[in-house]
Ligand binder design. Structure first.
Ligand code: SF4
Ligand code: SF4
Length: 187
């Protein structure tokens, strides 16, 4: 993503939004509920011993120096995540505000990404807990409740619409990233 403004190094500050919207397998924490260790607006209660995903995670706002503060998760109510380098840009929303991804300027950013990546190997999604939408240049497809380990088989049409199949969940014993890599969108 390209933004005109340049910024100095960012920090999370008082934002703890990912500690609610993201699922953490190591903590048996589902998506969309506060982590039992979080002190909302203050930080992590087990900072020194927090699990690896918490140590390594950086949302797109934090990772992209030029992304304006209007996209900061505690302001936009959306955590932008690239799915650990996988072929998906995901707007993770608080289930208490499941349609926050439709607010501007977030919606235009997501639509712009959907248009820019169409015909390529990336898909743009919005999520709120298990509810999921596929965002295409032409439409927003409500996929209903989707298991977080269910890959999507997406066929992109030239007019900007798509045909989507939600596949059975990948077993916990198998590597999810490998399954996602095999199932990039096709035209
Ligand atoms: S959502 Fe982003 S800015 Fe907020 S605490 Fe998590 S990594 Fe930091
Ligand atoms: S362990 Fe800490 S950093 Fe990880 S989700 Fe819980 S509060 Fe957030």
């Amino acid at each position: 993503m390209q933004f005109a403004m340049t910024r100095s190094v960012k920090s999370c500050g008082s934002c703890t939004f990912c500690c609610k919207v993201m699922g953490i397998v190591e903590l048996d924490k589902p998506q969309g509920v506060w982590c039992q260790h979080c002190r909302p607006g203050k930080g992590c209660g087990i900072y020194e011993s927090r699990p690896t995903p918490c140590r390594t995670f950086a949302c797109q706002w934090l990772a992209e120096p030029d992304m304006p503060d209007v996209y900061k998760p505690d302001r936009s109510k959306v955590v932008l995540d690239t799915d650990q380098g996988g072929p998906r840009l995901i707007a993770e929303c608080d289930p208490a505000a499941p349609l926050a991804w439709r607010n501007e300027p977030m919606y235009s950013l997501l639509k712009g990404q959907a248009r820019a990546k169409w015909g390529g190997d990336m898909m743009v999604l919005a999520k709120a807990g298990r509810r999921m939408w596929l965002i295409t240049p032409k439409e927003d497809i409500d996929l209903g409740l989707v298991d977080p380990r269910s890959p999507l088989d997406v066929q992109q049409r030239p007019d900007g619409s798509a045909v989507v199949r939600v596949l059975p969940p990948v077993p916990e014993s198998e590597n999810m990233a490998e399954h996602l890599a095999k199932l990039r969108p096709r035209t």
